[in-house]
Design a protein around this ligand. Sequence first.
Ligand SMILES: Nc1nc2c(c(=O)[nH]1)N[C@H]1C(S)=C(S)[C@@H](COP(=O)(O)O)O[C@H]1N2
Ligand SMILES: [Mo]
Length: 881
Amino acid sequence: MEDPNTDSHGIPEKIEELDSQQPKDFLPPSPPPTDENTSDTDDEKVEIPLPPPTHAPTEVLGIDLKTPDSHVPRDPRLIRLTGVHPFNVEAPLTDLFNEGFLTSPELFYVRNHGAVPQVSDDDIIDWKFTVEGLVEKPLTISLRRLMSEYEQVTCPITLVCAGNRRKEQNMVRKSKGFSWGAAGLSTALFTGVIMADVIREARPTRKARYICMEGADKLPNGFYGTSVKLNWVMDPNRGFMLAYKMNGETLRPDHGRPLRVVIPGQIGGRSVKWLTKLIVTDKPSDNWYHIYDNRVLPTMVSPEESANNPKWWTDDRYAIYDLSPNSAICYPEHEEQLCLAGASNTYRARGYAYSGGGRRITRVEISLDKGKSWRLADIEYAEDRYRETERNLFGGRLDMSWRESCFCWCFWSLELLTNELAEAKDIFVRAMDESMNIQPRDMYWSVLGMMNNPWFRVTIAHEGDYLRFEHPTQPALMPGGWMERVKKAGGNLANGFWGERLEGEDPVVPSEEQAKAISMVKDGLQNAISIDELRKHDKEDQPWFVVSGEVYNGTAFMKEHPGGAQSIISAAGLDSSEEFLAIHSETAKAMMPEYHIGSLDEAAKTALAEGETEIDQSGTPSEKFLNSKAWKKAILHGKRIVSWDTRIFTYKLEHPDQRLGLPVGQHLMVRLRDPATREAVIRSYTPISEITERGFMDMLVKVYFAESGGKGGKMSLAMDALPIGHFIEMKGPIGKFEYIGKGKCLISGTERFIKNFVMICGGSGITPIYQVFRAVIRDAEDKTECIIFDGNRLFEDILCKEELDVLLAGNEHRCKVLHTLTKGPEDWTGLRGRITAKLVQENYTRTDETLVLICGPEAMEKTMHKALLDDGWSDDQLMFF
Ligand SMILES: Nc1nc2c(c(=O)[nH]1)N[C@H]1C(S)=C(S)[C@@H](COP(=O)(O)O)O[C@H]1N2
Ligand SMILES: [Mo]
């Protein structure tokens, strides 16, 4: 007979009748489900924690519509930690705690490195994964087979991201990771197969030591993957699972639908979602995400050192597996107020604790005097209640009676006297596990900010009749928390005293790092600027912009700005910290105090941070793709390899009729994020596709590969690694030059008529030149004359040669292209050597109506600049891109 809870694929979609008041009524009978007469054994009378009521979101949120996750309905309560996409979220701590022991799938934290793979309902049951590598019998197993040919089990498991509580580390010193609060953990009943059963069937060979796992999510550095030891997988006490259900329903897309690994007691990062491969090996995984994520490097390794020295990342001693003991206070909540007048005599403090490797939390301690004395809290291990029963739950056998490991969080609580709270300055909690591992007093800061577990501290402020409680931080960019307050007051959060100044202690001296940083503010200027004032200056007339909370007036340098006035106007009224800091030199930064006019007030900072979105969300897509005020996402559609180091990337715009919207001669900014840290890399490029092209655009990019010792080009390497289908962000146009046609140019907004162009370029500097050259040639009535000097090293390095030759044909009377090579082949009949002022002079007679366009490597631009000035050209005849 068919199980009534089962849909056509054999997977119960959800136990709809799930009613936490009457648990035994909905439980499906033990497999195989043959009898509607559920046996009413003693066991089933034992009350076990069941999932909280769930309301699966059915609608895709507006904010997700324009992302690759536009197929994933989500709960709007979740706090986004990395902008709109990828989806990395935690629930508000109180909401998470209030749900109780089990978390509903809609509030379960999510950590996605990229887009969520889309699997239709019909395809779920045929999802396949392989077992390969050092095995005698490689396997390909479908979910259908997994569900029918192996023993099915159900077990409660807490997953914790290694980044849980990272915001506290970021407050002390910025790590290479985004800011988790204390809700980066969640608990569910997982149903699936014991991983060892599958591995055993494949018969690992004698050399087998590790199991590498891979997911279906294709990311900038390959598929997500990691590894664990084979030994652990085979150990029944460790409970490694391949799970397809969470709280009795098919896994939701964000959590690995249809199949994921679940590794109890270890950091969440090892529990690979959307599982496609299990590879048995004799070495740990060489997946990028295994190497560069989920590690605790030694504390003295700085972000710079870790970037310069790969050896830190490949040392397996620093990889995290088991979780360490950790705890947090949930009540009092952040910003909770307790009115002393009429308050009850006691207050019950409550929170959670967990440890790793199946180790039980054996004590939780509370201090009201900064750790001088401690008292024991009560601990509730809801997980133990499952050990008293044996039954079928959600189609899997729930039998934990034999297992002593603890895979879940526990709750602690302690009754405190209100009087004591009124006298205390703070509440601390720390937990210890059965191996006597205890949370440390001091933070262990490390580059990735992971496994943060110092004593959790909530401060108590006395405000009249009230006590006000403050947690250390708030997640993401949300302001608030005692750490921020102490830091602003000049406290050194690493002073061993939570940054508070001890009596008689001198004020903090800024660290060397802080001292070295170039000051971009005017000395002594104190002028609070509100959001309304800032917003009044969002146009070309008096543009103000914000960098790191400071406000600048861009009016005075609009004309001289190398990026053109447009780039300042684009930033007007906005926070442009990221772009500004990413593309400006120290010299440019040093000029900033002159334009500094004040600091945003607190409300304005919050408003700016909240309004921060990464994509333009205005309803219908516009006629032009580019928007000078918002980053827009284009999808990598194709890639043509032009030479060993040169590619033409084709990007797809929002709709087939859309134009890029880039005037001739201008550029656009491209932004890519480091997949692990989400740090932005921004560069400007000029596409080579026609400006009239619709729906797509092409970009010619030279890839700067790492040569021995060097690091290569961050952006070009990242672009080259981007998988087809992945997005890239663009914003623009920028640039102070624009070619209107028939000799008419706009330079910083001023019209100028010219008769000839001298175009000097090198390497991929040809791309903006090519745009202008093509515009001149395409217009039969444009009488402007052009001469291109294109310098390269090898013959193979010449870019767009064919395209230039095609354009030139029939136009030789007014246009000329000269290639010069420093390392030309023997049979090269063209020019040799670098481009020099002399070469220009020999081939071209200067007029008053000439404009020189120069684009190439910085060194080349500098030398040419000097040489041309020496040769009698003036700066207003020279245009550098
Ligand atoms: N395929 C894949 N698996 C993955 C990830 C991912 O990005 N891709 N993130 C990992 C990390 S770091 C964590 S903490 C957990 C989060 O699981 P959850 O999103 O279901 O809470 O999934 C892990 N498995
Ligand atoms: Mo994670």
